[in-house]
Design a protein around this ligand. Structure first.
Ligand code: NAP
Length: 247
């Protein structure tokens, strides 16, 4: 329980990778603020799972792309738990399409949630972290942010943007004891990827040296390491959790 009594906000943790991260942190003794956009039943389910396992958590709705909602999210976390030690920027969406067919609204939606959301949440929590002179932030990018992907120009731009943002903030905040790292998952089985036809999933798994798609828990365990004191000398790094796909 190396993280006992720490407090975390995990954005988009009602389901998928975010939920696995919330459960993994709660199991390590972290009090977790489970943020979500609209699916309250899923977020409440995550909180119930945390409580059933003996942990502490609350669900807070907030759209991470809206500054006022992010401020309310952070204030609710502070009112409830008194401090914020950990931020995991996990909330993300896709609006895939080939360049010539990609609508401006698809570009704006993905950049607003996936990149601006990371900026707003980081800025909002960093004030308290600077004061307490400690904090750990993990931003969830994607291997697509490193390699690009046809049909995902908006998503890849946002995910690559997260990497530049994270390295900049890692440099800016390091002297005050705040670490910022990035996890770049490959293909992980969640609602986001379940729409892929089975044939495509099989074809993808054949391109993965470890021969399988990832599980949300594969990502969550790395996040737990990166927010724990065990990674005290690591900042500004990108860790791919992709079964070896991008090496
Ligand atoms: P998911 O199953 O679709 O879940 C997305 C989560 O984000 C949900 O909890 C959703 O809330 C929340 N969310 C969406 N927009 C939001 C907003 N504006 N404000 C607050 N919360 C918002 O996605 P996932 O597959 O777990 O992906 C999680 C992260 O990993 C994303 O950043 C994604 O880009 C990244 N990633 C995923 C994969 C993959 O293969 N799955 C690969 C690489 C990277 P509601 O439940 O309320 O809708």
């Amino acid at each position: 329980m190396v993280l006992n009594e720490s407090v975390a906000i995990v954005t988009g943790s009602g389901r998928g990778i975010g939920r696995a991260i919330a459960l993994e942190l709660a199991a390590a003794g972290v009090k977790v603020v489970v943020n979500y956009a609209g699916r309250s039943e899923k977020a409440e389910e995550t909180v119930s799972m945390i409580r059933e396992a003996g942990g502490e958590g609350i669900a807070v709705q907030a759209d991470v792309s809206q500054a006022a909602e992010v401020d309310r999210l952070v204030q609710t976390a502070l009112d409830h738990f008194g401090k914020i030690d950990i931020l995991v920027n996990n909330a993300g969406i896709t609006r895939d399409g080939l360049l010539l067919r990609m609508k401006e609204a698809d570009w704006d939606a993905v950049l607003s949630t996936n990149l601006k959301g990371v900026f707003l949440c980081t800025k909002a929590v960093s004030k308290g972290m600077l004061k307490q002179r400690s904090g750990a932030i993990v931003n969830i990018s994607s291997v697509v942010g490193l390699s690009g992907n046809a049909g995902q120009a908006n998503y890849a731009a946002a995910k690559a943007g997260i990497i530049g943002f994270s390295k900049s903030t890692a440099k800016e905040l390091a002297s005050r004891g705040i670490r910022v790292n990035v996890v770049a998952p490959g293909y992980i089985c969640t609602d986001m990827t379940e729409t892929l036809p089975e044939g495509v999933q099989h074809e993808i798994s054949q391109r993965i040296p470890l021969s399988r798609l990832g599980r949300p828990e594969d990502v969550a365990k790395v996040v737990r390491f990166l927010v724990s004191p065990e990674s005290a000398y690591i900042t500004g790094q990108v860790v791919c959790v992709d079964g070896g796909m991008e090496m």
